[in-house]
Design a protein around this ligand. Structure first.
Ligand code: GAF
Length: 394
């Protein structure tokens, strides 16, 4: 994560003065529980060490100014409705509106790869709001959960992705030594210690496949899932969250429904079971079981959720065949983007590089990989101050 010194130098270079404070919010990986967070499912992400860092300074007037390295060559942008029609600038403008900030200088730096399923936009949503709220500690502050929901809403409105709450929640509440089992229906979580991953390396592989249609396809899967769930709710005589009903009962109902509704519900139910099985495997340090669950998850994402691509399927298969790889699967929204793989540490770099060359030859796509480590959830800091957890402060 980019620290105070580098961030405040960047801020001073563009605004000529020191920032007042900063907020840093991490990206996340999702161990398991994909495409179920918008349907009330329980999911198992963990926050990682790279993330988005935001420095701010309040102004009595003059509007909002933004400088960032994520919009190409850094330069100061004036943020108003006329100039920020869509994309990242509109997103930051929406986040400022949510915190009722009319005038401020904002600098954003990120060491989180963008578009690789590590949830850089959710981290931005948390870090921008955290920093702007910290500028006015005397105001009535929203709860940490409300900040997560606001970031989610801003993503819906400004970026056009009808995402669930997993990424924002993981970025806000993440812990260095635990994954979070998030109940997205109740908006609560329990901590699952990561000691069961000892001796493993968490590898994120960027497929190199651009996610141009990702938002529209993702939104379509979301709509299909919600539509299928509403139909199952009607046929079953009603429920609030699908987890109130025995999965066998809902599966039997799903089998009477036409495709794709049947397959979407099948994914929801089987992925939910895998999340709980993964928690048990993590607690028992049963690493082969974790690998098997990742492989099963990918099969379901490919066949029932239909969010994979031919290229990603090829890459998953290549990774699964690599000595030391326990299992691999598509991670995040899908339709390109990243994969998650668990490896017995240390990863054989040369073998992995060779594999990516084979993949490049087969798919004409340049893939890359990085090993990620867990990191803490969002925090506030300033010149000479220590860190303060954002979730605890709110
Ligand atoms: C994206 C979304 F932002 C999440 O809410 C989640 O639905 C994920 O895709 C798929 O599990 O990261």
């Amino acid at each position: 994560m980019i620290g105070w010194r580098q961030l405040s130098e960047f801020f001073m270079r563009h605004f000529g003065e020191e920032p007042e404070l900063s907020c840093c919010a991490p990206g996340r990986i999702n161990l398991i529980g994909e495409h179920i967070d918008y349907a009330g499912g329980a999911v198992l992400p963990l926050s990682i060490s790279p993330g988005v860092s935001v420095a701010v300074r309040s102004l009595p007037a003059g509007g909002l100014s933004l400088v960032t390295d994520v919009l190409g060559e850094p330069q100061v942008h004036k943020l108003d409705r006329a100039t920020a029609a869509d994309g990242p600038a509109a997103y930051v403008l929406e986040l400022a509106r949510l915190t009722e900030t009319a005038s401020a200088q904002i600098a954003i730096l990120s060491d989180l790869p963008v578009g690789q399923g590590l949830s850089s936009s959710a981290a931005t949503g948390i870090a921008v709001q955290g920093a702007l709220l910290a500028l006015k500690p005397d105001a009535v502050l929203p709860s940490a959960r409300a900040v997560c929901r606001a970031a989610q809403r801003a993503e819906h409105l400004a970026l056009g992705t009808s995402c669930g709450l997993m990424d924002q929640y993981a970025s806000m509440f993440g812990l260095e030594d635990s994954a979070l089992l998030i109940d997205t229906w109740k908006e609560s979580h329990t901590e699952v210690p990561l000691s069961g991953l000892a001796g493993l390396e968490i590898v994120v592989v960027d497929s190199g496949q651009p996610r141009q249609l990702a938002a529209s396809e993702y939104n379509r899967r979301h709509a299909e899932m919600v539509g299928a769930l509403n139909e199952a709710r009607r046929l079953s005589g009603g429920f609030d969250c699908f987890r109130e009903r025995p999965p066998e009962e809902l599966l039997a109902i799903a089998e009477t429904m036409p495709d794709p509704a049947r397959r979407r519900i099948r994914h929801l139910l089987s992925e939910q079971r895998r999340v709980h099985d993964f928690v048990a495997a993590l607690q028992a340090a049963d690493q082969p079981a974790m690998g098997r669950l990742l492989r099963e998850s990918h099969a379901s994402l490919r066949d029932d959720a239909a969010v994979s691509t031919t290229q990603i399927d090829i890459l998953v298969e290549l990774l699964d065949g690599l000595p030391g790889c326990l299992g691999a699967r598509l991670m995040g929204g899908g339709f390109g983007g990243s994969l998650l793989a668990l490896f017995t540490a240390p990863v054989d770099n040369a073998a992995l590089d060779d594999l990516l060359r084979d993949y490049a030859a087969a798919c004409t796509l340049q893939a890359g990989w990085l090993s990620v480590a867990p990191g803490p959830g969002a925090w506030l800091s300033g010149a000479g101050n220590g860190r303060r957890s954002l979730a605890e402060w709110l």
